[in-house]
Design a protein around this ligand. Structure first.
Ligand SMILES: C[S@@+](CC[C@H](N)C(=O)[O-])C[C@H]1O[C@@H](n2cnc3c(N)ncnc32)[C@H](O)[C@@H]1O
Length: 215
C-alpha cells in the first residue's frame, strides 16, 4: 500500500468543501514561482491540445500566447473557477470523497496540478485516474513549493522535508503501472543563502515532478 492509514490523515478532518466554501482570490505562491511554472508549461505543453487543470482556482498559470483546444478545470470553489479566464469548462468535486474523475479515457494531452497535491488523501486512486484520462504520450505536471494550508495537508506531507515530498510525489507516479520514470525539476532561489538568512530575496522554492503516460 502506498500510504498507511495514519499518513492520509489531516489535522483538520472537517469536510474540505467547507474549508474552500469562501473564495480566495489570492495567489498561493510568489511571482518567481509562477514565472517558473508558466515557463515550464511553455516548454512542455503544445498548442491545440487538451489540458486538464485539476485542483484549480481563479488562475491556471498557463502561457497566454498559447492557444489550447480545450482547458478543463476542476476545484472546490465554484466562484473561483467561474472567474478563471483560461478555463473552457470546469466542474466541482471533492476528490477526497470521490476520486473518480468524470472524464473520458485517453482524452487529455496534459494534466496539471499546481500547489495542491499535498491535500490528496488517496493519491494512489487519483494518479491512476490521471493515467486513465491521459492519451498515450500525454504528460502530467505536478508542481509544489514549501507553502501549504498546514491543517489540510496529509500527515505524510506535513511530517516530511522538501526532499522527501519530491520522493513522495515520485512514488505516486511509480504506484501506477504505465507511467514513465518521473522527472524532477528543482529550482531553489538564486539569491545566496546568507542573504536569504538576512531576509533579503529568497522566494518560494519551485519543484515539479513530471511523468508521461507510456504506450
Ligand atoms: C492552494 S489552492 C491552489 C489552487 C490553484 N491550483 C493555484 O495554483 O492557485 C488548493 C486547491 O486545491 C483544491 N482542493 C483542495 N482540497 C481538495 C479536495 N479535497 N478535492 C478537490 N480539490 C481540492 C481547492 O480547489 C484549492 O483551490
Amino acid at each position: 500500500m502506498l500510504l498507511r492509514p495514519h499518513q492520509r490523515t489531516k489535522l483538520d478532518d472537517t469536510n474540505d468543501t467547507d474549508f474552500y466554501a469562501m473564495p480566495r482570490f489570492v495567489t498561493h505562491v510568489d511571482e518567481g514561482f509562477i514565472d517558473q511554472l508558466t515557463q515550464l508549461y511553455r516548454d512542455r505543453l503544445k498548442p491545440n491540445t487538451r489540458i486538464f487543470d485539476m485542483m484549480s482556482s481563479w488562475v491556471s498559470h498557463l502561457p497566454e500566447e498559447i492557444e489550447f483546444s480545450h482547458v478543463e478545470g476542476h476545484g472546490l470553489n465554484e466562484e473561483e473557477l467561474a472567474r478563471n479566464p483560461q478555463l473552457a469548462h470546469y466542474f466541482v468535486q471533492n476528490l477526497n470523497e470521490n476520486p473518480s474523475l468524470p472524464l473520458a479515457d485517453e482524452d487529455f494531452d496534459a494534466v496539471l496540478n499546481c500547489v495542491s497535491v499535498q491535500y490528496l488523501q488517496y493519491p494512489d486512486a487519483i494518479f491512476s485516474e490521471i493515467h486513465r484520462i491521459l492519451k498515450p504520450g500525454g504528460i502530467a505536471i505536478i508542481s509544489f513549493s514549501n507553502r501549504m494550508f498546514y491543517q489540510k495537508a496529509i500527515t505524510a506531507w506535513r511530517d516530511g522535508t522538501e526532499a522527501s515530498r519530491v520522493e513522495l510525489v515520485k512514488s505516486y507516479f511509480q504506484s501506477v503501472p504505465g507511467f514513465s520514470p518521473p522527472e524532477v525539476i528543482t529550482r531553489q532561489s538564486s539569491v545566496p543563502n546568507f542573504l536569504q538568512m538576512l531576509g533579503v530575496g529568497g522566494g518560494d522554492p519551485f519543484y515539479a515532478v513530471i511523468a508521461q503516460r507510456l504506450g
